[in-house]
Design a protein around this ligand. Structure first.
Ligand SMILES: N[C@H]1[C@H](O)[C@@H](Sc2ccccc2)[C@@H]2OC[C@H]1O2
Length: 331
């Protein structure tokens, strides 16, 4: 079996949403595929009105195939301190023609203000490893873990684009979606993340390759690229107008600063992925400003590097759960 679904970026590529069908008859919600967490949760009719702001709600009572998991609950807090919690139902879920008939669907009773404010986002499909699923008393499998045994190949791929729709594929690798070769790197899933080690980085075409191993996770649900302080300093040190602006909470520089270099990160076997300098001018700090907030920021608050959408949209990535490895290719 296999599946393929289009993903669509919201403004500034802040997140990527995909259509998902839940229940019988199908209820379609727009969900955020998040390789940095492992709960499948949705806005639901259980929510207080004050927490809803235009989102589409999953109504388990309107689904003939929904069964409540009595005595089960969930509560998750994300890296940015946003949170959600609620009850659990088993129901059928289809993503891109791929159906899981008994998915644990976590129906929200409570969501934090960040989720309420994000009116286009109806919930998350966590495709990290099930070991960090928050359902109690027994953790539940991710959509991919449920689908994996029936797939042609135990992989899913992410093709995120800058300001344009891309695709998530399940169970196969589309050889037309990338150029050159796919370089595979081992994954350590013990923390539930797609955790891997980059052999180093290079700033611009003329900079030397810096053999500093970077431990981090591939996270489709994080917008920016969060790297060690030293890497940020090496990159922003090459941009004439760049500075760390405490009032903005990060590095900023003039959006059109022509000294902005590309950023390359190693994936192994000598391969590098090139992130165009233009991706690193993330967004204007305010409508009247000529300065942009950097797409690369320090990971000092997190403790490990997060290869978020700024990096992922420069590549074609294979999340190979069968072999616990990540595949990286240019495109
Ligand atoms: N893996 C990521 C996750 O998807 C988001 S949760 C989220 C919050 C508000 C709006 C949309 C998504 C949060 O930021 C980084 C990390 O935690």
């Amino acid at each position: 079996d296999r599946g393929s679904v289009q993903n669509s970026p919201k403004s500034y590529d802040v997140e990527y949403l995909m259509p998902v069908s839940l229940g019988t008859p199908a209820q379609q919600l727009n969900l955020d595929l998040d390789t940095g967490s492992s709960d499948f949760w949705v806005f639901s009719t259980l929510l207080k009105e004050s927490m809803i702001n235009g989102q589409t709600l999953y109504d388990p009572n309107a689904s003939t195939t929904a069964d409540k998991m009595e005595g089960y609950s969930w509560k998750i807090t994300y890296g940015d301190q946003s949170y959600s919690s609620g009850d659990v139902y088993v129901d059928t879920v289809t993503i891109g023609d791929l159906t899981v008939s008994t998915q644990a669907v976590e129906a929200a009773r409570e969501v934090s203000e960040e989720f309420t404010a994000d009116s286009d986002n109806d919930g998350l499909v966590g495709l990290g490893f099930g070991i960090i699923n928050t359902v109690m008393p027994y953790k539940q499998k991710t959509f991919f873990e449920k689908a994996m045994p029936g797939l042609d190949s135990p992989v899913f791929t992410a093709d995120l684009k800058s300001g344009a729709p891309g695709r998530y594929n399940f169970g196969y690798i589309d050889d037309g979606a990338y150029t050159g070769n796919i370089t595979y790197v081992p994954v350590n899933s013990s923390d539930g993340f797609w955790s891997w080690v980059s052999p180093g980085f290079q700033v611009g075409t003329t900079g030397s390759f810096n053999n500093t191993r970077i431990h981090g996770i591939a996270d489709t649900g994080t917008t920016l690229l969060l790297l060690p302080e030293g890497v940020c300093e090496a990159f922003y040190g090459r941009i004439a107008s760049a500075k760390y602006d405490a009032s903005q909470g990060g590095y900023t520089f003039e959006c059109n600063d022509s000294t902005t270099p590309d950023f390359y990160f190693g994936t192994g076997n000598g391969q590098m992925i090139r992130i165009p300098g233009s991706y690193l001018a993330y967004s204007k700090i305010d409508t009247s400003s000529l300065r942009c907030f950097g797409g690369m920021q320090s990971d000092s608050g997190v403790g490990f590097t997060i290869w978020g959408d700024i990096a992922l949209k420069a590549a074609f990535i294979v999340f190979d759960q069968g072999s616990e490895r990540l595949g990286w290719a240019e495109k």
